[in-house]
Design a protein around this ligand. Sequence first.
Ligand code: ADP
Length: 327
Amino acid sequence: MKVSILKTLKDQKGQYVSGEALSNRLGVSRTAIWKHIAALREEGHSIESSSRKGYKLLSSPDIILAEEIQAELATGVFGREMIYMDTVSSTNTVAKEKAAENYPEGTVVIANHQTAGKGRLGRKWESARGTGIWMSVILRPDITPAQAPLITIFAALAVARALEQVTGVRPGVKWPNDIVYHKAKVCGILTEMSAEIEQVNYVVVGIGINVHHNIEDYPAAIRETATSLKAVTGRRFERKTIIKNVLEQFEEVYRGTQDVKKELIEEYKKYSLTLGSMVKVTSRDSIIEGEAVEITDEGELMVRTKDGTTHTIFSGEVSVRGLYGYV
Ligand code: ADP
């Protein structure tokens, strides 16, 4: 009911809607309407009321409402099951628990705040309250563990497409899976899985997108390498719009993994900032410096060192940095 009232007020874009009209339209008493309006105000919506004219929505905070997103979502499977929580340790952790409880493929866990957001290789992901999209998608692909890195690559492609569509500004991708604007990271992706030797049980793809941050909101250590949609465009985007677009793109790309894999890799390469640049690849037991010369159909990075040898890099355990900066 609360959602329907909010939707009606939003549809009227700054015009008054009378209490009577709301009550007739939604089939509840005017007192009930008044109570829901009070609850919406509690949530931070600014609603003007006049005894003669009714209610007018002045502004809304950027709240994530699963029902609201689902009502507009054009997917078959992704986001059909959506779990929203205000605060979690990490959405990947919750999603892994849900996956173990047999939640279906496409289940999405979204939080407003993560207290222990995770990056790759045990790193920390800053996830301040209300500032970004902290979400994880449960997948149950019929693949071997060795094929899993491709899912990460395709998740990056989906986010790049979605951000380009929503903002109108084309991002770049730093191999394997960081989405970048002006050499700074706007989105990080962390893929975790549960698998046997031959078969994946489930994959959880965590996607963190910085939306409303001002650069000074970040800890000093990442001010040079982190950015946000607001910092890049100077505009305010609703998180639900981005969530919707990311899930739609991700489902489309994920479905195409078998049939149009080559085309998807070609599209990914067009977003790649890594390809053609000089990189330093750090893994547990080696450091390789050279030129990133190719991305294979399996999503691996090929790096040619000075002595002419070509190395194939798998995304799992490495960190890639440009020799001339972060990208
Ligand atoms: P990379 O492989 O590029 O190091 P990770 O996926 O491991 O990236 O992400 C974690 C790193 O990203 C952290 O070590 C930190 O430097 C940076 N970071 C943490 N939180 C954010 C954020 N909200 N936006 C951008 N960068 C972040």
